[in-house]
Ligand binder design. Sequence first.
Ligand SMILES: C[S@@+](CC[C@H](N)C(=O)[O-])C[C@H]1O[C@@H](n2cnc3c(N)ncnc32)[C@H](O)[C@@H]1O
Ligand code: SF4
Length: 358
Amino acid sequence: MAERELLCIYPWMAISQESPGNRLSVCCWSKVNIKNVEKRSLEEIWNGPEYRYLRQKMLEGDIEKICKDTCPFVVNGKYVAKPDRIDGIGREYVENKRLMWKEIESGKVVISSKPTYVKLYPTNRCNLSCIMCRQGNVKSEHIFDKMMNEIRGWFKYMDRIEFVGGEPLLSKEVIEFVKEFDPAEYPDLKIHIITNGILLNKNIIDMMDGKFRSLSISVDGASKEVYESIRVGGKWEVLMKNMSYLAEKVRGKDVEVKILTVVMKRNIDDLFNIAVMAKNFGFSVGYQPISGIWHGQSIERRRDIIRAIRQLKKAQKYYPEGVYVNSAISDLSRKLDGGGSLLKKVFNRVVSIGGKWL
Ligand SMILES: C[S@@+](CC[C@H](N)C(=O)[O-])C[C@H]1O[C@@H](n2cnc3c(N)ncnc32)[C@H](O)[C@@H]1O
Ligand code: SF4
C-alpha cells in the first residue's frame, strides 16, 4: 500500500494554553478547544475525547477540521519526518520519545507516552497596551497553578516549557520557577519565554543564563517612532539596552533569540529594517500575520499588500538564514488572490500521496 506522510505530530506531543481561560489546545493554530480544564486532570485530558479526535483527524490527513490555515506547517507544506535518532540526555526523556514515535507510527490515538512540550499562560496582565493586542482585556479564571502542579511530574519527559501571556515576566510564579529551575535535574528540558522585552533587564537575563535554549522578543518596529506607536507604553531605549545586553550574553552559546514581528499597516515600511536590526544583534526574526480586524491594522489595500510583500521578500533575501516570512507572505498573498483555502490545497496534496500514512 502506498504511504502517506503525517503533517504534524503536535497532537502526540503538545499541550498548549493559548488564553488565560479554562481552555487548552494543541497549538495556537488549532481549531479544537479543550474545555473544562479545571474539572479534569491533565492525565485524563491527554487521552480524552478531544485529543483522540485530534490524533485521528491528523492520521486521516483531515486537517481542515482541526487546523487553521495560518499554521506554518500548513503554509510551508512541511511534513514531519521520523528523526534518524533521538537526541537526549535523560534516560526517561529518551525512552518516552522513542515510545511516542512508536505510538505515532502504529497510528495510536490513546497513548502511554507523555507530552514533551507544554505552553502555559501565567497571566493576562501586561505592562504595555499594544494597538493590535487585546490580551489585557481578556478576563478569565487562571488554571496556571493547577497546570504547573500537574506537569511537574512530566518534567523528566519534556524538552520545552513555554510561557506566554500577557507579559510572562510580570508573573512572580514564572520568575520564581526560572530562579529555582535546576538544569542539572532536567537536562533535556529548556524554558522558553515570549516577552515584549521591556522587563528583560540585566538581572533577569543573568538569572536566565544556562536555562534557555530559545527566547522570543516581540518587536514591531525598527525605529523609536514606529515601535512606540504600536507598543504603547514601551520605551525604545529600554528595549535596545536589554537586547544589546542579551546579544552579548548569548553570543557563541547554543541559544536562539528570535524577534517576533506582527505584520500590520503601521509597520509596513519598517519590515525590512527589522531584519537588519535582527541580523546586527545576531537574532533571527519571524514575521507573523496579524489576526483580527477590530484593531484596524490588518493590511487590506492591494498596494499596501504589495508593498508589505516586497519588504518581506527583501528581508528574506538580505538575511536568508535568519528570516522567517512564509506564513506572513502566504497570508498577504491569499488576500491578493481573493481568499481560497490553503488547507484544501494541502489536504489534497496529503491525500494524494497515498492510502496509508507512514
Ligand atoms: C500576546 S503576546 C504575549 C507575550 C508578550 N507580551 C509579547 O508581547 O511578546 C504574544 C505574541 O502575540 C503577538 N500578537 C499580539 N497581537 C496580535 C495580533 N492581533 N495578531 C497576531 N499576533 C499578535 C505579539 O506580538 C506577540 O509576539
Ligand atoms: S506586550 Fe504582548 S501581551 Fe502586552 S499588549 Fe503587547 S502584544 Fe499584548
